[in-house]
Design a protein around this ligand. Structure first.
Ligand code: HEM
Length: 337
């Protein structure tokens, strides 16, 4: 297993990130950067040491494969070559366990992640950075920071403070909404048999200049496959990476990528609220996972604000702070922290 990032790719990425890592000039920007850094500090304290690893989703496996755009369908909502190219192109990605624990068990209802870099050419890269629930447990960055602080030990005593956590949960129903969703869905049998969600709404614009608001959704081509509680227990805490390697050694695993189209009432500024399931979805293409590549993408940064031509943020307050937190985590992990 190779955990060392390729030096050249890290050096290049650090150069590109310098503007993000540099102190922001605006007061609002400085405040956001403080929140982002405090979130990464809180993640780093939770779930065990993560030296050199991602400060969230530290347990995971990289993969390589390809993406075949569904140009005929996708062109109705996007002009981006990422989704309208006529031929399949190579991709890299990573599956992961959500949360800050590098030893997180695979056989629980906790979230999973899927990151994929769609880059048909130099100018049209979009990183999809998705999780296995359609909602986030916090509506904005400040709530998320307070949640992480409430889950962690009280700084004064060094001990967990159940009363503080209960007070937070009572005042913030978003955590309960996500937990209820997770509980009502099974532990999935494979990374490639799990559905994933983009959570943030983006504006997608087609070649005619028409725009829609949409959220990325990823659905396993063979359907989601759940385990019952006994089966999940029997699989043990570490089955997902070997299952993926065995699966793709026989045949590629396929996941369809859609954009879910929002209607007027669907919020774009609150990632803790899922849009209704029955919203129309437009097929953008099919991801084919062909090789499990261990920790080969340890030196990569999948960035949720790397958006392709004609895909733009709307007004989600989480997105920019999220991006700053990824840059902080990346800076730390590639410098051995
Ligand atoms: C304010 C909100 C959020 C913060 C602060 C945050 C923080 C982080 C951090 C620090 C990392 C490690 C980054 C790295 O070192 O590369 C990470 C990874 C990840 N996050 Fe988030 N996150 C947030 C919201 C979300 C949301 C909304 C999603 C999904 C829709 C998500 C999905 C993921 C995934 C899949 C990874 C692993 C990426 C990989 O495999 O490289 N996160 N997150």
């Amino acid at each position: 297993m190779n955990r060392s990032p390729p030096v050249r790719s890290v050096a290049c990425a650090m150069m590109l990130l310098m503007p993000l890592l540099a102190p922001p000039v605006h007061a609002a920007g400085a405040e956001q950067a403080d929140v982002a850094t405090s979130i990464v500090d809180a993640l780093q304290r939770l779930g065990g040491p993560k030296t050199g690893l991602r400060k969230a989703h530290p347990k995971g496996v990289c993969f390589s494969g390809s993406f075949m755009p569904d140009a005929a369908s996708a062109a109705s909502v996007t002009r981006s070559p990422a989704y309208t190219a006529k031929a399949a192109y190579s991709v890299i990605g990573r599956f992961s366990q959500a949360g800050p624990n590098p030893a997180a068990a695979d056989n629980t209802h906790d979230g999973r992640g899927l990151a994929v870099r769609l880059a048909p050419d130099g100018d049209n890269r979009m990183d999809l950075v998705l999780v296995s629930t359609p909602m986030f447990p916090a509506a904005n960055p400040k709530d998320f920071l307070e949640l992480l602080q409430a889950v962690g030990p009280d700084p004064a005593t060094g001990k967990p403070d159940q009363a503080r956590l209960d007070a937070y949960l009572a005042a913030h129903p978003a955590v309960g909404r996500q937990a209820a969703w997770q509980k009502s869905h099974p532990v999935y049998a494979s990374y490639a048999a799990t559905p994933y969600f983009g959570i943030h709404a983006f504006r997608f614009t087609n070649a005619q200049g028409q725009s829609i608001k949409g959220k990325i959704v990823a659905e396993p081509v063979g359907g989601a496959v759940g385990l019952d509680d006994d089966e999940a227990k029997a699989r043990g805490a570490d089955f997902l990476q070997s299952e993926l390697a065995a699966h793709v050694a026989k045949q590629p695993a396929a996941i369809d990528i859609f954009v879910q189209i929002g209607e007027a009432a669907d919020p774009t500024d609150n990632p803790s609220v899922a849009w209704p399931d029955e919203r129309r979805k437009v097929h953008l293409g099919r991801l084919s996972i062909e090789k499990a590549t261990g920790q080969e993408c340890a030196g990569e940064l999948f960035m949720p604000t790397t958006l392709t031509t004609g895909v733009e943020p709307i007004d989600d307050p989480l997105l920019s702070v999220r991006a700053q937190a990824y840059a902080v985590s990346f800076g730390r992990r590639v410098s051995g922290q």
